[in-house]
Write a protein that binds this ligand. Sequence first.
Ligand code: ATP
Length: 881
Amino acid sequence: MTKTNAERDRQKLATALKTNFTSGLSAEQVKQRQTDGRNVLQEEKPPTIFQKIWRHLSDVASLVLLFAVALSTYLAIAANGGWTKTIVIGSILVINVLIGMYQEHSAEKSLAALKKMNIHEVNVLRDDHTQVVDAADLVVGDVVLLSGGNQVPADGCLIAATALRIDEAVLTGESEPVKKTAEPVAETAEIGDRINEAFSGTGVTQGTGQMVVTAIGMDTEIGSIAGMLNQTKARMTPLQKRLNQLSGRLTAVAVVGGIIITILGLFFQGEPLTDALMIGVSLAVAAVPETLPIIVTISLSHGVGVMAKQHVIMRRVDAVETIGGVNVIASDKTGTLTQNQMTVTQVWAATDSAPSVVGKNPLQEQTQSLMRLMGLATNATREKIQDEWIEIGDSTELAIVRWLATEGLTRADFEQQAPRIAEDPFNSTKKTMATLHQLPDGRALLIVKGALDRLPLKQSAKEQAKTSRIHDQFAHDALRVLAVGYKYFETLPEAPIEELQRDLTFAGLIGMIDPPRETAVAAVAQAREAGIRTVMITGDHLETAKAIAKQIGILRPGDQVVTGAALSQLSDQELAQQIENISVYARVSPEDKIRIIMAWQKQGATVAMTGDGVNDAPALKAADVGIAMGITGTEVSKNASDMILTDDNFETIVAAVATGRSVYQNILKAVEFLIGVNFAQIFLMIFAVGIGWGAPLIAEQLLLINVLADGIPGFYLSREPAEPLNMKRPPISRQTSVFADGLGQRVAVRTGTFILLTLGIYGLGRFGLTNNDPAVGMTMLFFTLALGSMVDIYPIKQRSPLSWQGIAKNPALNAGVLLAAGLVVSTALIPGLREAFQLVTLSGINWLIILIAIFIPSGILELNKRLQRTKLNRPVILEED
Ligand code: ATP
């Protein structure tokens, strides 16, 4: 027998790669080859420690500090002013950079841990067995099995392909999937023309195939263009962008203010240039919110970590914020809202007068032949291996296989009698699946199973009416209905299976129950309370969808249900007008999801959308938050998503929203906590210098307050547990200003309080308790501001009136406050530090005044909180346990 070209080529390839296409590589070979490196794309080289230091040093806050260091160094040398200032400011600069780098490092570490969770598994033939391995462990020569929904894990040459199509848009930009073949083709460099090869990072949209791996990791095509796939990407969130703008503006104010103060000092108060400059620099230092950007970063990465514990893998850090702001969750039904545990409960063979309940009566012949047809047209398998049932396949088909098993029947028995010749696979757009079988008598049998309305049946009007009546009866009971039809051919037809599906004889219906997840009802109610609309999107029949949606609480009186067919009749504008009334979309295909997303977005909504199939990828990308299923989802859908649910559970989405919201709130609390003090410091400096008191605080003192006294406790605001009202308020639009919802007013009150308090204390210390001793005024002012602003973290961290539970609830923050307070007080107690910070020893009465003063701003904030609540007409809710 002569060999075909294809076989010869294949053999050459096997020899070249030292592999065997029928049994795969041996474990020994794999081990040897793994020493050549792993199948991973190298990420951008991490910055070196010097690059990191440089990045931190080159931000505006550090530049201001560097200028202060330079100036004090000049003063030390030129004016013989001593080195203390240089050392203190320099140390604070170093501490600021170190804290920034440490926090950044822990944020990077938690993201790296997350990437590890996001592993990509592949089916590979090794040692004559199909094994599931981590794609990173693939080696050249491995034989990989591909099927619809897989992401191609490496570059390879196809050695088998059945109806295989691959979406290569990531590499070629071509959106139409490419039909692949295992036949040799003329060699070409164009990726799009290399149709007998599969490339890493591309997605199998349909069919099955096998490929032998020819290149891994950075040697692949995607590696050569350094495409980064499957990674948690850090993009700036809208809030981060707005806060950066805010910091930028504050810094600009600081610099301009600094210049004005310097000029004032120089020309109007006759200060020497260096002193005037130093005061200007102090003001600039006061106004820059040094720690805010880092606090935002760690809050987001902390959110990513919390979500990982809640079964959510965040693929993009900015999605932590976006998920907190969603108004609409559009969820698939099967598996997300329901348990994905389908069980056949009702059966009706067309020749029977009425349906029967499964398992109630002895098996009738008609039912048995219906079971045979269903079994033959099914791909799911169920095998007992070492006392454990291993089930492979989609839940609908597994229900059929289990149903057969209750009557002692198996697919294999049927297939022995009627081997399968061809298959037209199921997909969610056409909602049917067909198989063609060779019968022992030479005839061929075509079976089509799927949605009743999609089956091309040959039925009289009367038969049709009866069928649809029984179908609707099943669907009313929330059952998924599967119909089956068949057709005999005298000989094996030559036409492709797609063209044979006409004039089928109707065989019957089965109804299967898939109970709602117990947690879904509560989660939908919780979402509603949080101002979030849940809509159900399903491929199932309208009546089934309605019944389940009612059980779960998604469909409520007055809500509309729309089918895919009705949806296609609506213009985009009509859909946008009606969208808010529609709660359930039935018999839709994945392609319809994009229209639903866009219509909601047109109404200004932020939409989270779930998806699991290959065809869901575009919708997952179009949604504000695309959510893929970790268990049942295809690799393609996971790659298109922003977050993955590792438990496929709707409740988890709502939990992620809650976390997203509390992260957002915690960032706002950090803004409130830090910015108020910055504002107070700016006005205090300008006012004091303006009235001729000179600078009431020096740069070192301001820095100690901003970086340590407020900075350290501020970090732990990211750990603050959610407010009790977190999920009882409507979502906050991403367009809303940072200062909305009373935050601006609270910052103003706090700023005002601190300005008056600190000026008062300074005046008291300098003129009341001493005879014009600025050092006493300065020392009293320093401790009042440093400790007072720190105490404020408590009224700020809790939006409801402060309680003991509220204070106790974040131990890390309490430890941070104690540490920061300890550092501040040590400047009074340790003589060297005291001098370095230009502080003086205070008397008992002075301390008593400070002790009372530091609680005044918190008291006023609490009072303001209560007034604000009454004004905003919010109930004063006491902290819940
Ligand atoms: P949901 O959209 O609710 O999450 P789904 O994605 O499983 O569910 P589809 O896959 O679009 O929905 O299925 C819709 C219809 O297709 C079902 O009502 C059923 O009639 C039919 N169907 C589902 N699975 C199969 C299958 N394996 N073979 C044939 N028909 C099927």
